[in-house]
Design a protein around this ligand. Sequence first.
Ligand code: GMT
Length: 376
Amino acid sequence: MVIGITCYPVAGGSGVVATELGQQLAMRGHQVHFIAYALPFRLDRYQTNLMYHGVETTAYPLFKYPPYTLTLAAKMAEVVRSFQLDILHVHYAIPHATCAFLAKQLLAATSSKQPKIITTLHGTDITLVGSDPSFYDITRFSILSSDKVTAVSKYLAHETKEVFKIESNIEVIYNFIDGDRFKLDNDKKNRHEFAHDNEYLIAHISNFRPVKRILDVIDIFNKIAEKLPAKLLLIGEGPDTILARRQINKRNLTDKVVFLGNQCRVEAVLPCADLFLLPSEEESFGLAALEALACGVPVIGTSGTGLVEVVDDYKNGFLLPVGDTSSMARAAISLLQDKERLSAFKKQATKSAYAKFDAEKVVSDYETLYEKALNE
Ligand code: GMT
């Protein structure tokens, strides 16, 4: 198949999933075309069958805001026409699904081949952005105009149907991990750069947005560090990075925290960690938690979110109510202190991650969906 993929190219789960899906599809012999305003974050090497088409934004004095959605739609139509795309797979509803709809209209107007539009919903496109009244109608319209819609968890599919009153099918296709990269026995040789042998290493990865509750991460870590020797490894950056730094200084934790910023090969450092924290307010899936589990790192996260489909409570992590940092810290301390249980959790982490979320299976699910769309 010839497949176009549009995603946000910056660090973040939806872009990561889109990029890794494209890479996997290209490895399977499909021709994949990325259409985005920048080279996607994890698209860090040349690969056969994989191409990137940049979308320019036009600066013109009359445009207070450059009309990116229009240039994206026009670029989508151009790439479809030039490479005869069968599928246009857009990640994140706003504005990508809307642009795909517009591209399809442009193609119809010139009687060109029209691709099938697949929209994958990732999270805040529905839970926050999509339900903002000013985006509600356009998000609903864009979802309904897609040929197929997928959500990355049952939780998100259910939320979407409820919020947008959608009756048509939303297929759940989980996020995935590549078994060649995310492994329990990955090299831990860098561990000494972050923590001493007698210290526990606690990790967190996110785009540091308010929804990730970075202050809770620091509070949980602080409570752990009061009882046990520990270091905190922070990966990623975003609007709340400054807040995190301030809080770390205020609590005199500067010597105990390592900031790595954005990293595209997190599998090189994740296996060094003993525990992963993701106390988000909202999480449709929690790809970072899955990547941690795959590397054998148990997760402490929040209940009532999509994390319940990723983390097996009491088997490879603990899920507790949003904001309950005391319980999260207590769970972390008791797990870290119980060597036998910690080791069982670590083994179970990798095992359950691959039982449900192996790329081999999930990428085939996307292929099947594309074929279904093409045959309708
Ligand atoms: O929707 C977002 O917040 C952005 C998106 C991203 O690009 O990071 O994250 C969402 O998609 C990820 C990939 O499917 C999921 O793993 C995250 O749980 C989800 N984020 C939220 O729901 C907050």
